[in-house]
Design a protein around this ligand. Structure first.
Ligand code: NAP
Length: 314
């Protein structure tokens, strides 16, 4: 009798414990649901075609981080007010795209040495009421180029078309790797000239030259050709270089990822050379931003998969 009572009490305790555990779990779940998510996002104009929410939200989900990545299309006169309200809106970090990568600098408390060198910020962290700016574009490009494609820039001849914001980030990071030469062409010749003078002032023992035409880029002697212009995004855009100039030892890297294959990449692929679009750069700049935002290692494969899925739906 006593034994049976003991057994029943033991069972009850076990059941109660199980019940309590269930209740605790659901209370925990409700509490998490009640805590507003930390907000991260992308500012720029326009931003509606961005794939950044896909990769960041997939990463937050995978690491069970109570956070959400949103798009913030902003007009220039809205920037100051937006930054003044970050705390109120529970915003902890931002990515920055065209046309604000340079303009935001004056609104920040600190910027990283890389962002200073590039002269542009694409990632902002908001901690202890301070705004810190970083640039992950150049590092993201280099990580993709060296880790995934396994192209080593040291002692190589490189040609780049375009001398805008992305070109600046990419050329600074390439220059750190000590290529033999880096020639740059831009329709706006003064822009290419300014970028080349800047690079000459910061990096020694590299032959920098601004080309006055695509022909002057000496692509036939190059190991890597980069398109850092928006030419190729539109269906009607032409192929930037003459097909004949593309040779078998050239890697053709187009920063554009939408469309997946620009005319330049199609022509290069027809000639059987190694090609890459800008999706890898987008991934790694996002990975580095995510790590700045959260302080945690990014789930790279989850982010890559989310990007691939999103780009296949475009
Ligand atoms: P940007 O600041 O506008 O620079 C583009 C530069 O290319 C401008 O100086 C432009 O001159 C020049 N250009 C335009 N047409 C040209 C031509 N036919 N030949 C030579 N130069 C020409 O743009 P950005 O921010 O550097 O972006 C450039 C491209 O990279 C965009 O397609 C962007 O989507 C892509 N991107 C990709 C990633 C990624 O993660 N994959 C990241 C950043 C950027 P004008 O201003 O005189 O037209």
């Amino acid at each position: 009798m006593q034994e049976a009572g003991l057994i029943r009490r033991r069972l009850e305790t076990r059941e109660t414990k199980g019940y309590n555990l269930c209740r605790l779990r659901s209370i925990n779940y409700l509490l998490i649901k009640m805590i507003p998510p930390k907000i991260y996002g992308l500012i720029g104009y326009p931003v509606k075609h961005s794939l950044s929410p896909n990769m960041h939200n997939a990463a937050f989900g995978a690491l069970k981080i109570n956070a959400e990545y949103r798009l913030f299309p902003l007009q220039e006169d809205e920037l100051k007010g937006f930054f003044a309200d970050l705390k109120k809106n529970n915003i902890f970090g931002l990515n920055v795209t065209i046309p604000y990568k340079e303009k935001v600098i004056t609104l920040l408390n600190d910027i990283s040495p890389e962002a200073k060198l590039i002269g542009a910020v694409n990632t902002i962290r908001f901690v202890q009421n301070r705004l810190e700016g970083f640039n992950t574009d150049g590092a993201g490009f280099l990580q993709h180029l060296t880790q995934d494609i396994r192209f080593i820039p040291a002692s190589k001849n490189i040609a780049m078309i375009g001398a805008g914001g992305a070109a600046r980030a990419v050329s600074v990071y390439l220059s750190k790797e000590k290529p033999k030469s880096l020639f740059i062409y831009d329709v706006d010749k003064s822009k290419a000239g300014t970028l080349v003078s800047y690079l000459k002032g910061h990096f020694a023992n590299i032959e920098f030259r601004h080309a006055d035409s695509i022909e002057e880029l000496n692509i036939e002697k190059c190991d890597l050709l980069i398109n850092a212009t928006p030419i190729g995004m539109k269906e009607t855009d032409v192929c930037l270089v003459d097909k004949e100039i593309i040779h078998k030892d050239l890697l053709v890297y187009d920063l554009i990822y939408n469309p997946k294959e620009t005319k330049l990449l199609k022509v290069a692929e027809e000639k059987g050379v190694l090609i890459s679009n800008g999706l890898g750069m987008l991934l790694y700049q996002g990975v580095l931003s995510f790590e700045i935002f959260t302080g945690k290692p990014a789930p790279i494969e989850i982010m890559r998969q989310a990007l691939n899925e999103a780009v296949n739906k475009l």
